[in-house]
Write a protein that binds this ligand. Structure first.
Ligand code: COI
Length: 354
């Protein structure tokens, strides 16, 4: 397939004050688009001006949520170069999500090349300030107009770009976590490990409950026993418990986070013992009080590393340590971002330079 590059007519003004960048509100001038038709496969790949699509109201995505997405980032380095972090891993996960949602796979090397080509054309949109980046959102939706419940025979795949600041308004500030004792995000055998919109839609009700109680994010428990901590919808959770790193194992209900993987590699190299095991909510709540749990943080592309300041569960709320970001959490944040922004050597070949 040949990638067609269409001209843009009215480039938008670039971000004037990077300190005011918020997450995911502004988009660049161009996007990548390609279509799929059963029998023909993927076709018409192109980079075109960013703008709305015209879709049939019966398009299957609107009714049965056959949709997947990815999130990755491009970083501006001090020397002006632009670096992507583990992009091939995101493309591979896109295809794993596609498989789970009965959607067609993309050709990974073609898709990665198209993504890199798009970033090259939009490189001026990669912001410069510390903590900023260009967030990349590959997406696939089912477009066949049809109300029967079955996989669509037509799809649209696109990539949009958004210059972003920190995911949470307060930057790397501790988040307050609400542990849901009733609502669940994912069940074994469900779609929890696929990056599909329905998982996020299903999380909104409990997130609203958390917000009404003054909490930032929901930590989900397992659906069977409501006993083991799993993940926060926008990030995986890691705990420093008894001096070891504990995180839930990947058993289909938790997203196989690329930042999670990177964090575990770095923590292992820093000499920490890693336990991928089911951690109970009691261990978290009691551990925060008796000092066995000293730090907890989320990992994710959007958040990078996000320290936890407190947990609330069934009306009992505990602060972690002195409520400020933990020493290890910040050390990990510094190491990971140093690799992303090119201040530390990329010993794992995680970085792709444009
Ligand atoms: C990411 O970290 O890229 C995510 O996909 C989380 C998102 C839903 C904001």
């Amino acid at each position: 397939m040949d990638l067609q590059i269409l001209p843009i007519e009215n480039p938008k003004p670039k971000v004037s004050d990077e300190n005011k960048l918020v997450f995911g509100k502004q988009f660049t001038d161009r996007m990548f688009v390609m279509e799929y038709d059963g029998g023909r496969g993927w076709h018409s790949p192109r980079i075109q001006p960013y703008g709305p699509f015209s879709l049939d109201p019966a398009a299957m995505v609107f009714h049965y949520s056959q949709e997947i997405f990815e999130g990755l980032k491009a970083f501006r380095r001090a020397d002006g170069q632009v670096a992507l972090f583990r992009p091939a891993d995101n493309v591979a996960r896109f295809n794993r999500s596609a498989r789970r949602m009965c959607m067609p796979a993309v050709d990974e090397s073609f898709f990665l090349d198209a993504l890199l080509q798009l970033i090259r054309l939009e490189a001026d949109w990669v912001p410069h300030n510390e903590g900023t980046s260009l967030y990349i959102r590959p997406t696939m939706i089912a477009t066949e107009p049809m109300l029967g419940v079955r996989p669509s025979s037509q799809y649209l795949c696109y990539i949009i770009l958004s210059p972003v600041g920190a995911y949470y308004k307060g930057g790397v500030a501790p988040v307050k976590i609400w542990i849901s004792d009733f609502y669940v995000r994912a069940t074994e055998g469900g779609t929890g490990e696929a990056k599909t919109g329905g998982n996020y839609a299903a999380s909104l009700y409990a997130a609203k409950e958390a917000a009404e109680n003054g909490y930032d994010q929901v930590l989900w428990l397992d659906a069977k026993e409501r006993r083991y901590v799993e993940e926060v919808g926008s990030m995986n959770m890691l705990f420093l418990y008894d001096g070891k790193i504990v995180t839930s194992p990947l058993r289909g209900t938790v997203l196989d986070g690329i930042t999670r993987r990177s964090a575990l590699t770095l923590l292992d190299e820093m000499g920490y013992q890693i336990e991928e095991r089911a951690l109970t909510v009691d261990e978290v709540m009691e551990g925060a009080q008796n000092g066995r749990l000293t730090e907890a943080f989320g990992t994710g592309t959007a958040v990078v590393i996000s320290p936890v300041g407190s947990f609330c569960y069934k009306g009992s709320c505990v602060q972690l340590g002195d409520g400020r970001p933990g020493r290890l959490t910040m050390e990990l944040y510094d190491r990971l971002t140093a690799i992303q922004y090119g201040k530390e050597a990329d010993r794992h070949q995680w970085v792709t330079l444009l």
